[in-house]
Design a protein around this ligand. Sequence first.
Ligand code: NAP
Length: 302
Amino acid sequence: MGITIDGKNFAKEIEQRLINEINDFRQEAGRPPGLAVIRVGDDPASGVYVKNKGKACERVGINNFNIHLDSNISENDLKNQIIKLNNDESVDGILLQLPLPFKFDKNHFLNIISPDKDADGLHPLNLGKLIKGDFGPRSCTPAGVLALLKNNHIKIAGKKAVVIGRSILVGRPMAIILESENATVTICHSHTRKLEDETKNADILVVAAGKPDLIDAELVKKNAVVIDVGIHRIPILNEVTKETTYRLCGDVKFDDVLTKASAITPVPGGVGPMTVSMLLVNTVSLWQSHCGLPSTIRDLLP
Ligand code: NAP
């Protein structure tokens, strides 16, 4: 039986560290850190994520600027909104909540965010820095996964790591980060022929496919470390009362895989809280840089 890797408590520890950093340096900086979150349209899941990010900012003392724009906004107005935030000295980090309404090309708008205010680490310059190993804001979810692995003393160097998923948001930066930590990395995607041939060899398996319950114990090597990035809200209809409730699950069958893995992240309470924490870490790190403060949280960023 494996151990459950607790992301919730570790995220709280990181928040406490950020609270201390902000308290210690706020006076010298002359202002608190600022994060602007832009949400376009009314995607309900995005609404929940944006609210959670705002609450997290409040907890640690980051000024949260919430910008909620109508889905009918023109491309030019959205561009001008981002440029305005790029020029606003009270804003250290800008996050464009995805997904954007269908008509917008997300990459075009992500690229308009100034690289030194890129709280999500998705600007091409920052992705380039990640590849080169230069310091910069990092994609929050993969950075959170690495922090979790390290905090749980999981050895990465020399291990075989398999990442399922190759999105710019999660899979690709995750693979680069694990490779930088000297793992031998395989990336799987929807065209991978025999997924089980890859996953069964993984000492560390990171699953970011966005497919509920994709991975069961059969697909996992004994004593592997399994990180479940997926998050899904599955509706359950009560046939008698006709009420719908929801079950949260990941891409991994938690109870089944727990019997075979040496360690596994739960959903909720695993990677999710770490993603929010790393957004705060990126923002505080950018604030330190903008205000000429010492860079004291580098160890939290891969
Ligand atoms: P995405 O952009 O949809 O990418 C999914 C990736 O998985 C794609 O590369 C796809 O391959 C691959 N894939 C899909 N089905 C597969 C299968 N059966 N076998 C192998 N590979 C498969 O999703 P994402 O943005 O990376 O997010 C992935 C999941 O993580 C989602 O559930 C999302 O909600 C969740 N997420 C959670 C957090 C968090 O904080 N916990 C943060 C971000 C995302 P192709 O490239 O070939 O299409």
